[in-house]
Ligand binder design. Structure first.
Ligand code: HEC
Length: 139
């Protein structure tokens, strides 16, 4: 009878410890902090991507989230590729034609982020399919 109780108590303790470990693994995000200081943003980063938007994690992501996803989808950003000059041109085009409020000091941070993570030549879309195994539809 006593032994039984001991075993049950031991089991309960083990379950508590395991539950505690799980809690831990939910709150730790990984060794890298991706240069992001905002914990709320960091908690949504999975495998280097900010899950809700698909934007790459890195210095400047918080600024981009603050200024660039209120009018349109982040896909407009993630599907584009440009140099610093090119990104600057797009941002200035939005100032002039789309009522984008002036970004002030954030502009440099955002341009640096965009040029680093979405430079020309890196692939923005899925590659075209090759080696397609076509088959005839029966008539
Ligand atoms: C005030 C609203 C607004 C904000 C804020 C805004 N944009 Fe835009 N942006 C637009 C509009 C409107 C378009 C045109 C959308 C369309 O053509 O469907 C656009 C288009 C774009 C395009 C596509 C340009 C092209 O040539 O295809 C990119 C890239 C882009 N925005 C990036 C950004 C970035 C980066 C930021 C943050 C600095 C940002 N946007 C913030 C309004 C905005």
């Amino acid at each position: 009878m006593r032994d039984k109780r001991r075993i049950i108590s031991a089991l309960i303790i083990i379950v508590y410890i395991l539950a505690g470990c799980q809690e831990e693994s939910h709150t730790t995000i990984g060794k890298e902090d991706y240069g992001i200081k905002n914990q709320q943003v960091l908690s949504k980063v999975v495998d280097g991507l900010h899950e809700p938007t698909g934007l790459k994690a890195g210095i400047g992501l918080t600024e981009v989230l603050r200024h660039c996803v209120s009018c349109h989808s982040a896909k407009l950003i993630t599907q584009n590729r440009a140099t610093k000059e090119g990104w600057k041109t797009m941002i200035h085009w939005m100032y002039e034609t789309q009522n984008l409020p002036k970004l002030g000091e954030s502009e440099q941070i955002i341009i640096a982020y965009l040029a680093e993570h979405y430079p020309p030549g890196s692939s923005g879309r899925r590659k075209g399919l090759t080696e397609i195994d076509w088959y005839d539809l029966p008539e």
